[in-house]
Design a protein around this ligand. Structure first.
Ligand SMILES: C[S@@+](CC[C@H](N)C(=O)[O-])C[C@H]1O[C@@H](n2cnc3c(N)ncnc32)[C@H](O)[C@@H]1O
Length: 234
């Protein structure tokens, strides 16, 4: 792998079946994308936690770093990340859906350190970054694709580099929203249940090459995980 964040993405000919079947309404329909891509909507979906989860994720990166953002995120997340890495850094956003790439490019105007490309994250990326960020993607993909995505993100960071995951987690038994979230997952997010009790660390064959740090927040409903690649001499 070249030690560079210059990325040669492979053309995506067809969208993943799970995305077209399950999430067309959310990510592929030009009539709904502009309505969903609003900060109040994102905030409501995350029960008022969007801003703090985004701030937490963005704080894991350092100005001047090359960062891979795994998939587009509604709201102001990508511009926040781009401002964090600054003009000395580089943000590369990869998403499999051309409509999402066009949409995030619009939000990144005026931030020359950022670019967005169409790419399928289940495919190995031929590039090396200081860090990668995976914000609420894993619960939206089936278990097989989830393993591929985790493996590919871990493979994309240099020794000492980090992969930051923010996603759903099994809420505590007493959590007042637990029954409602159970219904949401059943009706709208059919792949989420298989993530809730599965440590992200357990999804990766290369897990032992990384040091894992995990915390949860909002009664356990969200998990924040940082995997740091060990230096070769450790
Ligand atoms: C990051 S996730 C969900 C983020 C969060 N729910 C939000 O507020 O936007 C949604 C994105 O993942 C993308 N996606 C799904 N599977 C992908 C894959 N295999 N490779 C790249 N992007 C993918 C979809 O196209 C969509 O834009």
């Amino acid at each position: 792998m070249p030690p560079s964040s210059d990325i040669a993405t492979q053309p995506v000919e067809v969208l993943p079946d799970y995305l077209s079947r399950t999430y067309s309404w959310a990510y592929l329909d030009p009539r709904t994308v502009p309505w969903l891509d609003r900060s109040p909507v994102v905030s409501a979906i995350l029960w008022g936690n969007a801003a703090r989860l985004m701030r937490w994720a963005v704080a894991q990166f350092v100005p001047g770093e090359t960062v891979l953002q795994a998939a587009c995120v509604y709201g102001g997340f990508s511009p926040m990340l781009a401002r964090r890495v600054g003009e000395q850094g580089r943000l590369t956003v990869l998403d499999v859906a051309p409509i999402q790439v066009d949409n995030v490019r619009r939000k990144l105007v005026g931030l020359p350190q950022a670019e967005a490309r169409v790419a399928d994250l289940t495919q190995r990326q031929d590039a090396c970054f200081d860090a990668a960020c995976c914000f609420f993607l894993l619960h939206e993909v089936p278990a097989r694709e989830r393993r591929l995505i985790v493996a590919n993100l871990l493979a994309a960071v240099r020794p000492g580099g980090r992969v930051v995951f923010v996603d759903y987690h099994r809420a505590s038994a007493w959590h007042p929203l637990r029954p409602l979230m159970g219904l949401v997952f059943r009706w709208l997010e059919p792949f989420a249940q298989s993530l809730l009790d599965t440590p992200i660390e357990s999804l990766a064959e290369a897990a032992s090459d990384f040091e894992w740090r995990k915390q949860t927040c909002f009664g356990g409903l969200y998990q924040l995980v940082v995997a740091t690649r060990r230096q070769v001499s450790e």
